[in-house]
Design a protein around this ligand. Structure first.
Ligand code: TRP
Length: 331
């Protein structure tokens, strides 16, 4: 990473599942654009992913692929830091210290915990419960000023601010109180139920397009995407499916909704869907090409994550030592 550029941004994504165009247009693309203006620190949150039981071999492979894919998407190690969370041991240490400053009741109120306890009722582990504490440790270790978050992580960020202020009050100013970074990307919905967000954990593969999908898969999934019984390509109320496809087309071509409506004036949904698929294939091709180059070169990937972890450890250790001193641990 080059020298610091002022304000720091921290964000992370879990390596579970394959990255979708929802993750890409909603978050990752935004990250790549922030790199020139901020001191950006990104992580693959593999510790967070462990809240759901994993097959070890598959987990390892997915983490490696996700790391390579995010590099292919444009995370630039000359500008940013991009590390694998479990390789930087300060995170778990700070998480324990902060867990001791976070209320049971505060965590029990988290809606994501409640939702996930319902959807994973067979494995409601303590990690699932204390997940936000690890997340706030990620953020505070790098003294991030801003955290780009989607709607689903907003409550966790509010908790981060509460615990940060509590710590600073008890021990004197220690941490930067992070703010949400609002300018978020496009919200891409499920192709099968466009009232829900596109999710990499949806059991229905046809509900999402993954960044590494082949052209045929893209064509088929877009063709099967839910629309409505009208036929005009026009953004409007109660047309979530079409609106979603228009959003995808806009993201991939840079065209506005007005321009899209004009382009498809008098044409039906079939023709529009073909154009959406075509645009997606074209947009994803350079990422897919870069990915196949990077993934072949295991030595390069290893050097990238090892160097990044080392630098992340140096930065975060400074914060951790200050915290230990303030708490009264013998250093
Ligand atoms: N919990 C986030 C998610 O599931 C990932 C994450 C981990 C994160 N640590 C973070 C996001 C810190 C922002 C800041 O998407």
């Amino acid at each position: 990473m080059s020298q610091r550029k002022g304000k720091t941004i921290f964000s992370a994504v879990q390596p579970s599942g394959d990255i979708t165009i929802g993750n890409y247009f909603g978050a990752v693309k935004n990250w790549t654009q922030l790199q020139s203006d901020f001191n950006c620190i990104f992580a693959l949150a593999d510790l967070h992913a462990l809240t759901i039981r994993k097959d070890a071999e598959e987990f390892k492979q997915k983490t490696l692929e996700a790391y390579a894919l995010l590099l292919a998407c444009g995370i630039d190690l000359k500008k940013s830091l991009f590390f694998i969370q479990s390789q930087v041991n300060t995170h778990c240490q700070l998480a324990w210290m902060l867990a001791c400053h976070t209320g049971f009741g505060e965590l029990a109120r988290m809606t994501q915990f409640k939702d996930k306890s319902n959807s994973h009722s067979g494995n409601v582990n303590c990690g699932l419960f204390s997940y936000p504490v690890l997340m706030l440790s990620d953020i505070l270790l790098y003294r991030a000023d801003f955290v780009p978050v989607g709607q689903d992580q907003k409550q966790h960020l509010e908790l981060t601010r509460t615990v940060t202020e509590r710590f600073n009050f008890l021990y004197g100013p220690t941490f930067t109180v992070p703010e949400p970074y609002i300018k978020s990307g496009a919200k891409i919905k499920s192709l099968k139920d466009p009232t829900k967000k596109m999710s990499k954990s949806d059991p229905d593969l046809n509900s999402r397009i993954e960044l590494l999908d082949s052209p045929d898969e893209i064509v088929n999934k877009v063709k099967r995407a839910v629309t409505d019984s009208e036929s005009h390509v026009k953004y409007g109320a109660n047309k979530d499916g079409l609106n979603n496809l228009m959003t995808i087309y806009s993201c991939t071509t840079g065209k506005t909704f007005d321009e899209i409506e004009k382009e498809f004036d008098g044409k039906g949904y079939g023709e529009f869907k073909s154009a959406v698929a075509e645009a997606l294939i074209e947009h994803l091709a350079p990422i897919q090409n870069r990915f196949s180059e990077i993934i072949k070169d295991k030595g390069y990937i290893e050097k990238c994550y090892k160097d990044s972890a080392e630098e992340a450890l140096n930065i975060s250790n400074e914060t951790l030592n200050e915290v230990k001193k303030k708490i009264g641990f013998i250093l």
